[in-house]
Ligand binder design. Structure first.
Ligand code: API
Length: 285
């Protein structure tokens, strides 16, 4: 199969974007993995497929696959910003506000004149069943009236995590210094911990000020990425709930800066950040 693709990045989280608006595109897992493979294919953290909408009030559908496994996932924040740039640059729409449906969310996206894109990421969810997270023998520790969980590790250590679903699952822990955080060691252990039947994205958050954090994320099925949009949303929401952060926070990631705003329960999380096209290409799959 001959495929035209667009390579994009949002704060260093990179994507292969495919246009399935003109004709249906059904890719096998192995083909998705080939697109994501940094040696034998194009290389990307996730593959984004833009599809026509099936509903009059929605402009597009957007499907997301982790590049390493070809597994479909529920949400991708940096990908949503690249999606907006893509559909406008490809002439698929000239709207300033775009409504797009993912597998389990309806997002509203808007691009500002300076090119930065703001995404209404929907409301966070916190019940263990939303992740899913199976507490088994664990019990939550209430902190600031919010449940945090002490997760036992195989070597006997424990890590304290806050659970947030942005449609996809996030376990967030606070660290003193992200540069020295044990991301490569603890990330994979928590990602595939038995308490997470569908595994989890693992965030390491350093609180710099009440309106500033530094964040690294060991992503489910991707390892550490340079930025994770839903991870930034989950970390800020957890920090606000735990009393560490105000309602608008600048998030410094290894790949760039994101701005996350959340006005509290019942409100959506708003994310603003960069999105760029890197190149276009073709590949035989
Ligand atoms: N690895 C994530 C999907 C991509 C999320 C991330 N790239 C973002 O920007 O939100 C998961 O398995 O839930």
């Amino acid at each position: 199969m001959h495929i035209r693709f667009t390579k994009m990045q949002g704060a260093g989280n990179d994507f292969v974007v495919l246009d399935a608006t003109r004709q249906p595109l059904t890719l096998q897992r192995e083909q998705l993995q080939r697109l994501g493979d940094r040696r034998f294919g194009v290389g990307a953290d996730q593959i984004l497929v833009v599809e026509p909408s099936t509903k009059p009030e929605v402009d597009f559908r957007y499907r997301i696959y982790n590049g390493a496994t070809g597994e479909e996932v529920e949400h991708c924040g940096n990908g949503a910003r690249c999606f907006v740039r893509y559909v406008r640059e490809q002439g698929l729409t000239d709207k300033d506000v775009i409504r797009v449906e993912t597998v389990n969310r309806l997002l509203e996206l808007r691009q500002a004149p300076d090119g930065r894109v703001t995404v209404n990421m929907g409301e966070p969810a916190f019940a263990p069943a939303d992740l899913p997270f199976d507490p088994k023998a664990l019990s939550p520790r209430a902190k600031h009236g919010v449940d945090v969980w002490s997760l036992p590790l195989p070597d006997g250590r424990e890590v304290e995590i806050a659970l947030v679903s942005m449609g996809n699952p996030h376990a967030v822990m606070r660290v003193d210094d992200v540069l020295r955080a044990p991301v490569a060691e603890i990330g994979p252990i928590v990602e595939s911990h038995a308490q997470f039947p569908r595994r989890v994205n693992v965030g390491f958050m350093q609180v710099v000020a009440r309106d500033q954090i530094a964040l690294r994320v060991y992503e489910r099925d991707a390892g550490e990425t340079l930025a994770c949009g839903t991870g930034a949303c989950a970390a800020v929401v957890a920090g606000i709930r735990l009393g560490w952060l105000d309602a608008a926070v600048e998030v410094q990631t290894r790949g760039g800066q994101l701005r996350i705003e959340w006005a509290g329960p019942g409100q959506p999380v708003m994310m603003t950040g960069p999105a760029q096209t890197v190149y276009q290409g073709e590949i035989e799959l």
